[in-house]
Design a binder for this molecule. Structure first.
Ligand code: HEM
Length: 148
């Protein structure tokens, strides 16, 4: 447990980051129907990765870590959790759009996706990427008792 849970936490983080980068690379004006299907698939990987990160994070917090009090007493941990929640909330918009577009593609339509919509969806993904980049900095500080 002491090895596998932190390992899965890292694996989840890598899949989270990788899927966000993949979405960012695919999402472009003039996106093709096949790419829309890929986007929805990658978004599913993102969702599963987020669940893995959360589940292993909770296990590190309550089961295998330094004791739940150690983390709770550090404001940086609260910041880390808040950022994670914000990231989850921000991901709702891209997910809804990808699913809506894929529904259209599955019906044999070519969804009418404006450049503006692409740009705003990219903005959500960029903010999420920024958050995923900041959280590990907080995590290493928390693990070393900084900020208490
Ligand atoms: C994108 C989200 C997340 C990222 C990037 C992330 C990153 C990390 C990293 C890099 C570590 C290792 C720190 C170290 O040993 O130096 C870590 C540890 C940890 N994470 Fe996360 N984490 C995320 C989400 C979460 C969530 C949602 C929770 C709680 C529900 C959580 C709880 C923990 C705990 C308890 C540890 C153990 C710290 C220790 O070794 O004392 N993490 N995290």
């Amino acid at each position: 447990m002491e090895i596998i849970i932190p390992y899965l936490h890292y694996l989840g983080i890598m899949a989270l980051m990788g899927s966000l980068i993949a979405e960012h690379l695919i999402l472009k004006p003039g996106i093709k129907n096949t790419q829309i299907k890929s986007l929805a698939g990658i978004d599913l990987v993102y969702g599963i990765a987020a669940i893995v990160v959360l589940a292993t994070g909770l296990l590190r917090w309550f089961v295998v870590g330094k004791g739940s009090e150690f983390y709770l007493s550090n404001p940086l941990f609260h910041t880390k959790l808040t950022l994670f929640v914000i990231m989850g909330i921000l991901s709702i918009w891209p997910t809804i759009r990808f699913l809506r577009w894929r529904r259209g593609v599955n019906k044999g339509e070519t969804p009418d996706i404006s450049d503006k919509l692409i740009k705003s969806t990219l903005m959500f993904i960029r903010i999420e990427l920024l958050i995923v980049a900041i959280i590990p900095l907080l995590a290493v500080m928390i693990a070393r008792g900084i900020g208490m």
